[in-house]
Each structure stands twice: as C-alpha cells, then as structure tokens.
Design a protein around this ligand. Sequence first.
Ligand code: PEP
Ligand code: MN
Length: 337
Amino acid sequence: MLIVMHHSATDEQVQAVTNAVEAMGLIAEPIPGSLRTAIGVLGNQGYVDDTTIRELPGVREVIHVSKPYKLVSRDFHPESSVVEAGGVKFGDGQPPVIIAGPCSVESEEQMLAAARLVKQHGAHMLRGGAFKPRTGPHSFQGLGVEGLKYLRQAGDAEGLPVITEVMRIEQLETICRFADVLQVGARNMQNFDLLKEVGKTGHPVLLKRGMSATIEEFLSAAEYILAEGNARVILCERGIRTFERATRNTLDLSIVPLIREMSHLPIVVDPSHATGRRSLVGPMAKAAIVVGAHGVMIEVHPDPDRALCDGAQSLNGDDFSKLVAELVRLQELLGSV
Ligand code: PEP
Ligand code: MN
C-alpha cells in the first residue's frame, strides 16, 4: 500500500500517518519527493483496511497494491483450479459442465421426469430449487425438505449429482445431507454470515453473481468462502441489472475472460436467468462456451408451460437436446482452434 500525502502536508501530519501505520503492526517508509511525500507500507500479508488512514489530515490518496480478494486472485495462486463437485470437474482442460433441471422442485413425478430427460440428453448435473428466493411472497416458495428428497431421489435414479440453493444458515446442515453442491443465489451473494457458514461446511459451492455486484464485490464474496478454508468454489455469471427491460437481466459475458485472468476459480454461465427468454438461452449458452466458460446452467422443464416458476425461460426436452448437441459440436470445434 502506498499513502500519498498532500503537497501542503506538514511534517507532523506525515509523522501521525507513520505512527498510525506502525500501530497496525506494519512498517511505514516515508519517501520524500520534490512536490509531496509518499509513505510506503510494508509487512502486510494481503489487503490492508485503509479506513482510518484515509481520513487522517494531510492524506491525499491511498493506493492499494494487494487486492482485497487475495485467496481467489491469481497473485497468490497462479495456476487455474479444477473444482471437483459430485464427481464432476469444473475448470481448465475439462469439458464444459452442463447443469440442467427445473427452476423449482414441484413434485416427485416432475423431478423424476426432469432428471430422466436431462440425463438422456447429456447433462452432467441436476438442478432444482427446494427453497426458492421469490420476489413476492405470494409466488410458489418451493417444497422445502420434501423437495430436497425428490431432488436427491431423481438424481440417484439417473446417476446425476445434484445442486440446490441455500438461503439461510439453518438450512445448511440438511441441504448438505441431500445435495452435492450448494448454490448461493444472486440475492444472497453478499449475505456474509451465510457465506462464512457455507465456507465452514467444506461442501462444493456455486456462487452466483449478485444482480448489482461489481466484479470486485463478486470476488470478495468468494473470498469469504475461501477464507474459511473452502476452496471448492465455482463462480456463476447470471446477468446483471441494467436499464434494459427487454431481457430479464443483461448477460455480462466479458466477465468470463476477465475472471479467468483475475482468478484461478472456474466460472460458469446461467443464460436462463440472464435472459429470461427461452429463445435466447441457446445462443447465449453457446456464446458462453466460446468466451471460455467452464460450464452452463440451463433451466429445463418437462412441461415448461406448466412450470410453477420461470417457465418462460425454461427449455423443453427437444430444445435442450438440440442445444447440448450444438454445445458438444462447438466444443469439438474450439478444441481444434
Ligand atoms: C436459481 O438459479 O434458481 C436462481 C434463483 O437464480 P439467481 O439466484 O441467479 O436469480
Ligand atoms: Mn429460476
């Protein structure tokens, strides 16, 4: 960290900043210049919280060299991580993972039918929400623990690992018993207490980007999980909130190559929640693979028009089958370029 003082800063102010840095257990190295003094801060293991320093008299600017998300950044971990979750591998050198299934678990029959269908057409992991974060309280809220049972049963019937969303800390123990991967949804990306507890479980986690989260906030959220000793984190871009209303969200595809530069963690894309429109899911899933996503998460329902949640963005079996065939072909092509 480098602290830049105002040109008018007095020697006393420089000394006060030096004292404050040393009080934090760090080394302060004043660097006098012809116009102003800068103070180099040494001895920190990572990002330093600058809130007190920034406000001291005479301080013009604080420049950080270390990032606030050191565990997820490539600075401290240059090699890409491959995250294994339920027997499936996410990361560089692995074929893109296809996670598919309905938005919500609705019944035993619906889940068995969905699992059969996605497995038959080539999915590697089954999704289904049992605890649903719905915008309004009058919408279907999910079947809860009963839903977890149907999801697990359907996954086992087809030999697919399962992923489901956790919304509250109290649900964690039960969900860990039923699911191979914990999903932290967009609305909970900055639920820091939940992130810490998810980190403590050691269970694989798919962390979705918050709808208004910057990349720094997204990576800092992942840092909470890694800071608890759990490095089995898969990031997921699911679209962000912009002025555009023609699509449910705006898919920020540039985050994929950018995250791959900044972080060693794998990243997947959810074109279903990003677009909210069935016809756009396939094109954006293909685009995601082209820009380097390690997988896609697709909402698929045996009867989308009767879905209790997100039917408009859900593919039926035929659409999903066509899309998987295209993704496989695309992967072959990309492998040869
Ligand atoms: C979901 O995947 O079920 C979901 C609610 O998505 P998001 O958190 O991205 O809105
Ligand atoms: Mn959904």
